[in-house]
Design a binder for this molecule. Structure first.
Ligand code: GDP
Ligand code: MN
Length: 406
């Protein structure tokens, strides 16, 4: 689960991570009030679940580029302004418009709230993150003196510019970690104590809230020598949300794919992708295999969907509805292995779902396993036009052709 920058910063502040003072606004008037209260220079920051806002571009619902109300240039998702009236204008220009960044895709995201923060003078920018390194099974700090830029590029081009410091979870946080980070960032002795407090607070926030990622980019040294988290991104482990109601409450459904939200209500494991072949599969492994073989035959999957091992006819119906709710789906592949679940039961579910939902695209069905003969009979005598496939390869070839080929 993802949260907004303002939510991540509020949480980090509670743990003692230094962040600029600020508050969130959902109207231009509110933005002005906050800016007035903060006084002096403020930063107006569009709150969307994507990074790269600083270099992003805003456009109106009509598709026009949004210009900076006080400067002669296009407006992005982060703007430093020197008065409350300008903060109001800039917030007004962001709210309700669409921000397109490297991370949003071409369709962008609507800006529905903005963070108004005290403007800070920057001496140096760094990158600092805490994440779970699954290879070494340890929460690990990743730091780089090349902050502000994209860390993926630094990692690819100059891996030596990245410092990795794992934390032994059995021991917990130790002061040598902050020391190593401070020196790794070229901060020197004077900053070791501040770095230690900050990293310890990050570790505590990360661990005690079941986070999976905590990224501060940039972490800055201010022009008066303080270390401050200027940006913050946090991801949380979905599987832990049952025991973190206060985190779960921060969820913003407006930032999530509507079909994924719908699928979640039915207990379906559904992830929307950008291809044209809708997939309904039982079991995550088979679902991965199905996506691979579709790709192998020149098609591209519109989604990952695991209906689970014990799917009922009702779940199959819901899954069908979700698949067909995606306008990019040109053909559907139902790939079921009947193990615990019998093929005849699946076939009945598919037939009743197809009758109920009304199918507008070709549907290829590949069934294998317990009662497969009976299952195929049900499909063939249903009066509906299923393309019954014989094996994975046949299924993939048929569905890719049905979706319009490669
Ligand atoms: P992102 O582009 O979505 O990652 O948004 P960030 O929060 O990282 O902001 C982008 C850039 O805006 C930062 O790297 C800073 O250079 C700049 N910026 C943000 N806040 C301030 C501020 O208070 N003062 C100054 N001078 N620059 C800021
Ligand atoms: Mn950033």
């Amino acid at each position: 689960m993802n949260v907004h920058e303002y939510q991540a910063k509020a949480l980090l502040r509670d743990f003692g991570v230094p962040v600029p003072e600020g508050d969130v606004a959902s109207s231009a008037a509110e933005a002005r009030e906050i800016a007035q209260r903060l006084g002096g220079k403020v930063v107006v920051k569009a709150q969307i679940h994507a990074g790269g806002r600083g270099k992003g571009t805003l456009r109106t619902p009509g598709g026009e580029t949004v210009r900076h109300p006080a400067e002669d240039r296009p407006l992005g998702g982060v703007a430093l302004v020197d008065s409350a009236p300008t903060a109001e204008e800039v917030a007004g220009a962001m709210l309700g418009n669409t921000l397109v960044t490297k991370q949003t895709g071409a369709e962008g995201r609507e800006v529905r709230c903005v963070l108004i923060e005290q403007g800070v003078g920057i001496a140096r920018e760094f990158y600092l993150a805490l994440l779970l390194d699954r290879a070494i099974k340890a929460p690990t700090f990743i730091a780089s003196a090349e902050g502000g830029t994209e860390i993926e590029e630094v990692a690819a081009e100059r891996p030596e510019a990245i410092v990795k410091v794992p934390v032994d979870a059995r021991v917990g946080y130790s002061p040598w970690i902050g020391r190593k980070l401070a020196f790794g960032l070229g901060l020197g002795k004077a900053h070791v104590s501040a770095m230690n407090k900050l990293a310890a607070a990050m570790y505590e926030a990360f661990l005690s809230r079941d986070a999976s990622l905590l990224e501060i980019n940039p972490l800055i040294e201010t022009d008066d020598g303080r270390i401050v988290a200027l940006d913050a991104k946090m991801n949380f482990d979905d599987n832990a949300m049952y025991r973190r109601p206060q985190i779960a409450e921060m969820r913003d459904l407006g930032e999530e794919d509507p079909l994924e939200v719908e699928a979640g209500k039915y207990g379906l494991n559904y992830i929307k992708l950008d291809g044209t072949v809708g997939c309904m599969v039982n079991g995550a492994g088979l679902a991965m295999g199905t996506m691979d073989i579709i790709k192998h035959h020149g098609g591209s999957p519109a989604n990952f969907l695991d209906v689970g091992g014990g799917a009922t006819a009702e779940m199959v119906t819901n899954a069908f509805q979700i698949l067909l709710g995606d306008e990019h789906v040109k053909a559907v592949l139902i790939n079921i292995f009947g193990g615990i679940m019998r093929c005849d039961v699946v076939a009945e579910g598919v037939v009743s779902a197809a009758k109920k939902v009304g199918v507008s695209v070709p549907v290829v069905v590949r069934l294998e396993g317990t009662n497969v003969e009976r299952g195929r009979e049900i499909l063939e005598s249903s009066g509906l036009e299923f393309l019954v496939a014989d094996g994975m390869r046949d299924a993939a070839e048929k569905v890719v052709a049905a979706a319009g080929g490669n």
